[in-house]
Design a protein around this ligand. Structure first.
Ligand SMILES: Cc1cc2nc3c(=O)[nH]c(=O)nc-3n(C[C@H](O)[C@H](O)[C@H](O)COP(=O)(O)OP(=O)(O)OC[C@H]3O[C@@H](n4cnc5c(N)ncnc54)[C@H](O)[C@@H]3O)c2cc1C
Length: 464
């Protein structure tokens, strides 16, 4: 599909802009070229999405600060049948926050109150994860899982567009166990209504790219705060390093927040770490509780694995952070070094070592392994005991056909792929509850105005 087949909505009614300015002050109603920066996310990570989405832009961006403003704005946009994309930090990777049909982007980063952090964070959607993590740690708690973009991303955007990350080795992803306590949505109607969903019922509203209501409050359970030490190790033998890394991951007596392994030359893309990691070496990045650092270091010495870097995460957290090189930050460093690089999101299945070998044998240096070991299965969807070896392998992009060949081969050998080269929800992952998601959308979005075009199987799209 090319961008030219996506039609644009008719231009907004000038009276609507005036009405919006009566609700928000004029500088929070943004029109013209300045809407560009509110209309983009990190879709350009994908050479497939880049040409599809680069000319997409909202006609108006609205910066709301309160629930009351949001309700009034929604009423006005609903009356005019304007498509609406909600936006937090704008750090999504699949064009989730890119408006396909013009219309309005509502930036909720001003709705950022954190009400409490006592074992459960209760916050408005625009609160940044950094702010929550900092407040929580001061009170003896921490985020159970957070994206590597935790410094800029919002809690609402994480729940609506993300899946897991730092901490998922200990607590799984967003959808794992009881990580989410509740979400409160605002419907897209003439008289917007609040709907609260608790525990597993809340999951239906998550990871739907803002198509199933506007998240206005979230409650997420926190974990007990650990005193994390960030450690980097290197070795020239991939399999030997993997055996050691996996043993550390499996050792329940060592609390961990991050277990990441990179194939060479990936660590060479991390310019600020050049002095620590010699060229040609594979590398493991860990966050482990300080009380267990000596255990890990002596295991490394015994296995002949070299320890090259240590730093404290800190309370409050103090940069530099090794998290800045992990999860989908790895891809960013790679693209900076070589614009031909792109990525996949994989669960390597079992036996994962065999599957990695098969991929290497078939694609050689076209695929470079970046592993993230997590609790639960790599889809972050289904609870399952034990660890899964997943990751975000880098791919040297040549053509879309070759990329699809790699994705097809993964399916053939039992490697799960959450395809990051599509903005359509159902094509990007497994949605066992898509029927419930569609039903929720029908209930909260009667005119199908919320992020149209993103939920592919929804039968109504007034802008097609
Ligand atoms: C370098 C890099 C690293 C990343 N690492 C990770 C990672 O480790 N784990 C991970 O899961 N993701 C990761 N991501 C993706 C992304 O950063 C996270 O998912 C992040 O939490 C998204 O938050 P945001 O506030 O930026 O969301 P946005 O990009 O603003 O929004 C994401 C989606 O949610 C919708 N949305 C936002 N707010 C609301 C709301 N209040 N109500 C309804 N819908 C809403 C948007 O419309 C959009 O569809 C990474 C991205 C980059 C660029």
């Amino acid at each position: 599909m090319t961008s030219s087949v996506l039609p644009q909505n008719p231009p907004l009614n000038p009276d609507l802009i005036q009405s919006l300015e009566a609700v928000l002050d004029a500088e929070r109603v943004i029109t013209g070229e300045k809407t560009e920066k509110f209309s983009k996310d990190f879709y350009w990570y994908s050479p497939v999405l880049k040409p599809m989405l680069e000319d997409k832009r909202a006609e108006v961006a609205l910066r709301v600060n309160t629930l009351d403003e949001l309700k009034q704005v929604i009423s006005l946009l609903f009356a005019d049948g304007v498509p609406v994309v909600v936006r937090g930090g704008g750090s999504g990777n699949y064009g989730q926050a890119v408006p396909l049909y013009g219309g309005a982007v509502i930036d909720v980063s001003g709705m950022k109150e954190i009400f409490s952090v006592d074992g459960i964070v209760r916050a408005q959607p625009g609160a940044t994860i950094r702010e929550i993590e900092t407040k929580a740690r001061a009170a003896g708690w921490e985020m159970r899982c957070m994206p590597s973009t935790w410094a800029i991303s919002s809690i609402g955007g994480f729940l609506c567009g993300g899946s897991g990350g730092i901490g998922s080795i200990l607590h799984g992803g967003i959808a794992y166990g009881d990580n989410v306590k509740s979400v409160t949505l605002l419907s897209m109607e003439a008289q917007p209504k609040l709907l609260r969903f608790e525990e597993r019922d809340a999951l239906t509203a998550l990871h739907t790219y803002g198509t199933t209501g506007i998240l206005v409050e979230v409650e997420m359970r926190l974990g007990k705060a650990y005193d994390w030490e960030e450690l980097i190790f290197t070795h020239d033998d991939w399999d030997k390093l993997l055996d050691w890394t996996y043993d550390i991951a499996l050792d329940d007596s060592i609390p961990k927040r991050l277990v990441t392994q990179f194939e060479t030359p990936i660590p060479e893309y991390f310019k600020p770490l050049k002095k620590y990691i010699s060229p040609g070496l594979h590398s493991t990045f860990l966050m482990v509780d300080k009380s267990k650092v000596e255990t890990v270091l002596s295991a490394a010495r015994a296995a002949g694995i070299e320890h090259v870097y240590s730093a404290s995460f800190g309370t409050p957290p103090k940069p530099p952070f090794i998290t800045d090189y992990t999860w989908n930050h790895t891809t960013l460093w790679a693209i900076k070094a070589d614009p031909k690089m792109t990525y996949l999101q994989c669960g390597f299945g079992e036996p994962f070592r065999e599957n990695l070998k098969k991929l290497k044998a078939r694609f050689g240096d076209e695929i470079l392994f970046h592993l993230e070991i997590v609790l639960g299965n790599a889809k972050f969807k289904v609870d399952s005991p034990g660890l899964a070896v997943g990751g975000i392998p880098l791919v040297r992009f040549t053509t879309t056909e070759r990329l699809n060949e790699m994705i097809d081969y993964c399916a053939e050998i039992g490697v799960f792929v959450a395809n990051p080269h599509t903005y359509k929800l159902e094509e990007g992952g497994v949605h066992d509850d898509i029927v419930a998601k569609r039903a929720l959308k029908a209930r909260v979005d009667p005119k199908a105005l919320l992020n149209p075009g993103k939920m592919k199987s929804y039968p109504v799209n007034p802008f097609e």
